[in-house]
Design a protein around this ligand. Structure first.
Ligand code: ATP
Ligand code: TZE
Length: 275
């Protein structure tokens, strides 16, 4: 049984370190959510750099504290940029997160992701349940970049999902963050499910990409496990607060950013909910 205090104990320290150190977070991502990801990183106190030109990314990563790459809306240039940046991340010893956007419906992205994971050993691999099943080599039921209902992690299949994704995480020596109504985080030895959130988060494009950028930011100040759990709790709770004030998706979007700005350590530690 997971002790919730053990999970939440490091949260405040990570948040404080990010505010004090204002680390540079290099995000190589796509135009659909780039602006939201940059603004979310800013709410933490960290500094985003969204550089993606293949000829400059190595230089940018060399000055960063963490690298987050996202396969959404992929291009040849960004694939090359991600590999060059990851080479540098490995050389200078900074952690890498990969967000598997769209791998379930694209052989190009799936092959790229599997090669990237094998070559650069990301500290965190993030995806929705369909994307994660796809890189595990299992049939998945994605609808475009969204997870299919048949792949969702639920209280009914939680133990099986824990086994499946845990096995993959252990084999890759990484932390897996599976997003959804229950966000599952596992390294194959320890796992937890974060139940904070609102279905509205799935109605706003790119909240999964934002979750990846947030986990990438916390990687600069905490372990991969802590970074993944804290990001899931933060996104879920911010969604819950935003849902209270929103009257539609426009105001939800704004209220979500207000919630990121105003969430306190106490709210995050006392209102985090785990399966
Ligand atoms: N039904 C739900 N109830 C509560 N929270 C949810 C629900 N669906 C998604 N979320 C939350 O929304 C965020 C994004 O998760 P999701 O699985 O939708 O990502 P994604 O598919 O990668 O999204 P995108 O491709 O739009 O970036 C996570 O923080 C997750 O907890
Ligand atoms: C809609 C969409 N298409 C490619 S990426 C993206 C944003 C959510 O991942």
């Amino acid at each position: 049984m997971i002790n919730e205090n053990d999970l939440t104990a490091p949260f405040s320290a990570i948040r404080r370190r990010i505010k004090e150190q204002a680390p540079l977070i290099h995000c190589i991502t796509h135009p659909i959510t780039m602006n939201d990801c940059a603004n979310l990183v800013l709410t933490t106190g960290a500094k985003p750099h969204m550089a993606s030109h293949p000829q400059e990314v190595a230089e940018v990563t060399a000055g960063a504290a963490a690298l987050a790459v996202n396969l959404g809306n992929i291009t040849d240039d960004r694939m090359l940029a991600m590999r060059r940046a990851a080479e540098t991340a490995r050389a200078v010893g900074i952690p890498v997160l990969i967000d598997l956007v769209g791998v379930a419906g694209s052989t190009l992205r799936r092959d790229f992701a599997c090669r990237f994971i094998a070559d650069y050993r990301p500290a965190v691999i993030k995806g929705n349940s369909s994307e994660m099943k796809a890189v595990c080599g299992l049939p998945s039921h994605a609808v475009g970049v969204d997870a299919g209902a048949a792949d969702a992690v639920t209280t009914g299949n939680y133990t099986e999902a824990e086994r499946l994704f845990g096995q993959y995480a252990a084999a890759q020596h990484t932390v897996v963050l599976v997003s959804g109504a229950i966000d599952m985080i596992t390294d194959g030895h320890v796992s937890c499910g974060v139940t904070n959130g609102t279905p509205l988060l799935a109605q706003l494009t790119g909240t999964g990409c934002m979750l990846g950028a947030l986990a990438g930011t916390y990687l600069a100040a905490g372990s991969p496990w802590q970074a993944a759990v804290l990001s899931a709790v933060t996104m879920g709770l911010a969604g819950e607060y935003a849902a209270i004030h929103a009257t539609g998706m426009g105001s939800f979007h704004m209220a979500l950013f207000d919630a990121f700005t105003n969430l306190t350590d106490e709210q995050i530690c006392t209102e985090a909910r785990f399966v």
